[in-house]
Design a protein around this ligand. Structure first.
Ligand code: HEM
Ligand SMILES: *[C@@H]1O[C@H](CO)[C@@H](O)[C@H](O)[C@H]1NC(C)=O
Length: 503
């Protein structure tokens, strides 16, 4: 009798499983990628990288998606994935699916339940606290910090002018790190001049370690990673970061408890930071943030804000070095706005730097720092094509492919042409989405644009960027060699030369 019950239960479970799987097979049949599906591994072999180029898989799957009308499906072992290269489908997925994929799980070892990779029920209330913190009123105050920090950067670049090939990465990365830390925590780390700061060293280590883990699937499972010798080092640096941020929070909360709040400045007369605003913003919600929640959300801003903008600005510098006419036009714009003056750049200048903005956007189009994002489908969602996707399907939003899709960008999609963004509206309002799309899009897009504009403007007021001397004409016309870990990166590490402008 018992056996019969077990058998019946087993059969029922199997039927349920088959029905669910059948839906997945139906979706697969409608959108299948034109590539052999092998037993067990499915299409996993399409993910392999050739010659250390970590971008091959999302470029080739993206191209296949474009050929198939914008979406394809593929089996990664036993999981069904959609790859989306069409803006309308992307919009529907991003509006209806808020859960992120498994692959990013281990980043939570660094930021805990921090909003950016948190499960939906944790993310939702946190987004409510975080969103108002990024108001334009708040961001406008930060331009002073961007200006100060980028003037320091321009000074530090002086010895490079007229000299040999060098990488802008260190300069741009410490600029963004210093400005993000100052606007978030209210601390001027001065890592541009003092690269030995323990917070910077720990932050660099952790970023590189997470990137390494991202491209090493065998290091994904937590219990395996914790057995590896490198885990000890990771753990050590993580603690340095957490202690540093916790100390700042502690001091801030003490200050706030002993002094009444000012309006736009804190008690030291310094500008309000993300930390101040986050405390205020969470006070307005039902439940105040604990110290841990504050730390997690501050970590999200520092981690989401630093390398992304540094990558974006560095690619822009490389593109300018290879397109002298574009740079010439940009120099004209800067001269129109600033003349010969060395005055500070202010928030009022930013809307006048229209061509610079187009240059940055065109760079983000061709080399999006975050070339893809992912979602899990948890409820039935009807795609524009009429196909309904169901719980259990995973989606890769292929931002890179959308930005290279000739259907929207035309036959010259591979050309660097900032003018695209100045000649009236784009063909499709969503064909450009380097910051993803609501509901869970980047909160820092205005911040990022303002920071990158300020630093590139202050740099280009003083210098001309030239291509590295060892490259010939032909090489300079080719697309940049890039790779991917948690972000897109330039294989030649953003190498350029610099020349002082004579005014
Ligand atoms: C060029 C620079 C940047 C790019 C390309 C970029 C891109 C992105 C992308 C693609 C996402 C994920 C969206 C998704 O999965 O749908 C994201 C999330 C996020 N970014 Fe950025 N970002 C940049 C700079 C910044 C900066 C400077 C900050 C903060 C100062 C920031 C804060 C955030 C936050 C808080 C999230 C999480 C939003 C959420 O999950 O609710 N980002 N960003
Ligand atoms: C995240 O939140 C959940 C639920 O509140 C909790 O169980 C878990 O321990 C938290 N994770 C981390 C890493 O803090």
């Amino acid at each position: 009798m018992l056996w019969l019950i077990i058998l019946l239960l087993g059969v029922t479970a199997c039927v349920f499983y088959r029905v669910r799987r059948r839906k997945l097979y139906e979706i697969y049949a409608q959108l299948q990628v034109r590539a052999t599906c092998y037993p067990v591994i499915g299409h996993t072999y399409l993910m392999k990288n050739s010659d250390g180029d970590g971008t091959v898989w999302f470029k080739s799957l993206g191209r296949l998606a474009i050929e198939n009308g914008g979406v394809i499906s593929a089996w990664i072992v036993n999981k069904l994935y959609l790859v989306v290269a069409d803006p309308d489908t992307s919009e529907v997925i991003l509006k209806n699916c808020m859960e992120k994929g498994y692959v990013t799980q281990f980043i939570r070892t660094m930021i805990g339940n921090g909003s950016i990779f948190a499960a939906v029920d944790i993310w939702r209330p946190r987004r409510k606290v975080l969103a108002p913190v990024f108001s334009m009123k708040n961001l406008n105050e930060f331009v002073k910090v961007f200006d100060k920090q980028s003037m320091i950067m321009a000074d530090l670049l002086e010895p490079m002018a007229g000299g040999a090939d060098f990488s802008v990465w260190r300069y741009f990365n410490t600029y963004t790190f210093d400005s993000v830390c100052e606007t978030t925590l209210g601390i001027d780390l001065n890592s541009q001049k003092n690269p030995e700061h323990k917070f910077l060293i720990a932050f660099d280590f952790v970023s590189q370690e997470l990137a390494k883990r991202m491209v090493s699937p065998w290091m994904y499972p937590e219990f395996i990673y914790q057995l590896m010798p490198r885990y000890k080092q990771f753990d050590y640096h993580r603690k340095v970061i957490h202690d540093f941020v916790d100390e700042i929070i502690k001091i801030k909360l003490q200050q706030l408890s002993t002094c009444p709040k000012g309006d736009n400045t804190d008690i030291n007369g310094t500008e309000k930071t993300f930390l101040d605003m986050m405390i205020q913003s969470s006070d307005r919600q039902e439940k105040k943030y604990s110290d841990l929640e504050l730390r997690e959300e501050l970590m999200v801003i520092v981690m989401a804000g630093t390398d992304t903008s540094a990558v974006g600005a560095s690619f822009a510098a490389v593109m300018l070095s290879r397109h002298p006419q574009v740079q010439e036009k940009l120099h004209h714009e800067l001269d129109d706005v600033f003349g010969n003056s060395d005055r500070a750049l202010t928030v009022e200048d930013l809307p006048n730097l229209k061509y610079l903005e187009a240059v940055i956007k065109e760079t983000l189009r061709l080399y999006p720092p975050v070339p893809l994002t992912a979602r899990e489908v948890t409820n039935d969602v009807k795609l524009p094509s009429g196909i309904t996707v169901v719980n259990g399907v995973s989606v890769v939003l292929d931002i890179w492919a959308m930005h290279h899709n000739p259907t929207f960008w035309g036959a010259d999609t591979e050309q660097f042409q900032p003018e695209r963004f100045l000649e009236g509206p784009l063909k499709h309002p969503l064909q450009f989405q380097p910051f993803s799309l609501p509901m869970r899009n980047c909160l820092g897009y205005n911040y990022a644009m303002m920071s990158m504009k300020t630093m590139l403007a202050n740099m280009l007021r003083r210098y001309r960027i030239l291509p590295p001397s060892h490259m010939n004409e032909r090489e300079l016309k080719e697309p940049l060699k890039v790779t991917f870990d948690v972000m897109m990166r330039h294989i030649d590490n953003y190498e350029v030369r610099l020349e002082k402008r004579i005014k």
